[in-house]
Design a protein around this ligand. Structure first.
Ligand SMILES: Nc1ncnc2c1ncn2[C@@H]1O[C@H](COP(=O)(O)OP(=O)(O)OP(=O)(O)O)[C@@H](O)[C@H]1O
Ligand SMILES: [Mg+2]
Length: 261
């Protein structure tokens, strides 16, 4: 199983959207995928289901009670499972940031490594305990960036944090790439930022994905309808952008091996 976190401290850049579409796209390619909603805003969960009643097994129970993924996951559709997010994790930093609490997620993943080909973890727009736990279990990080809310400082902080936790990680955490989202080729915004985007990639010792995700309202529509983008709008140009991105990602991280872990 390859574990991928989607991260950027900047909010609203398309982390959750990318996590949702990437997961559904990998399932469409025949992979078995686990999604983990590691953001207390629970937006990833809400892309697929209604808000859950209190005490529904969730990521909170992994943190608070040491539950394993198997105890809390729910099936979204064939080949796609989800560990739902939980508002209770809003104060996770205060509750769980004690010595040794950076490997909760890694422990929870221990017994499921052969159950999935990929796990995709959506992270919150900060570098608190939920993000650190996600990094320490991940092999790859995808960093979405929106042309209209670009922050080099945020990228620098992410790099610094990854360098600091690297020693604690099982293997090298690699940035699979920067993904430009909410792209609009009729404006010059992305062009004007081209140099900053390249600097960000150099800082993270990675590359910008050549696939760019255009700005498209159909993404929001699919999220409101709670139907993944590939099913909701299979022919939309933005669906094509995401499919291209997934192809590029699989080439970059070597994804041709169905069923292997
Ligand atoms: N390519 C796009 N075109 C248009 N709207 C988009 C696009 N990608 C995401 N959005 C919308 O922008 C908003 C923010 O996206 P998303 O929730 O994925 O960002 P995020 O980085 O996860 O935010 P947060 O930091 O709050 O978790 C959502 O309403 C989403 O539907
Ligand atoms: Mg989000």
């Amino acid at each position: 199983m390859r574990i991928i976190s989607v991260s950027n401290v900047k909010g609203g850049v398309g982390k959750t959207t990318t996590a949702a579409v990437l997961s559904a796209g990998l399932v469409a390619e025949g992979y078995r995928v686990l999604m983990v909603d590691s953001d207390p805003q629970t937006n990833l969960t809400m892309c697929f289901m209604q808000e859950q009643p209190d005490n529904t097994p969730s990521l909170y129970h992994v943190y608070a009670e040491g539950k394993e993924i198997d105890d809390v996951k729910v099936a979204v559709k064939d080949g796609l499972d989800l560990v739902i997010g939980d508002f209770e994790l809003c104060n996770a930093d205060m509750q769980f940031l004690k010595a040794g609490r950076l490997k909760i997620l890694r422990k929870a993943f221990e017994n499921i490594k052969s159950d999935y080909d990929f796990a995709v973890i959506d992270t919150p727009p900060n570098l608190g305990i939920l993000s650190l736990n996600a990094f320490l279990v991940s092999k790859y990080i995808i960093v979405p960036m929106a042309a209209d809310s670009f922050s080099l400082k945020g990228i620098r902080l992410l790099k610094q944090t990854l360098d600091e936790v690297q020693d604690e990680a099982e293997s090298v955490i690699s940035i699979a790439g920067l993904l430009l989202t909410k792209y609009n080729d009729r404006t010059n915004v992305a062009k004007l930022l081209e140099k900053s985007i390249q600097s960000a990639a150099e800082l993270l010792e990675t590359k910008v994905f050549s696939s760019r995700i255009r700005q498209a309202t159909v993404l929001q529509e699919s999220q409101i309808a709670k139907i993944d983008l590939l099913e909701y709008a299979p022919k939309a140009p933005v669906t094509g952008d995401y499919k291209e991105f997934i192809r590029e990602l699989l080439i970059r991280i070597g994804g041709g091996s169905h069923g292997k872990n």
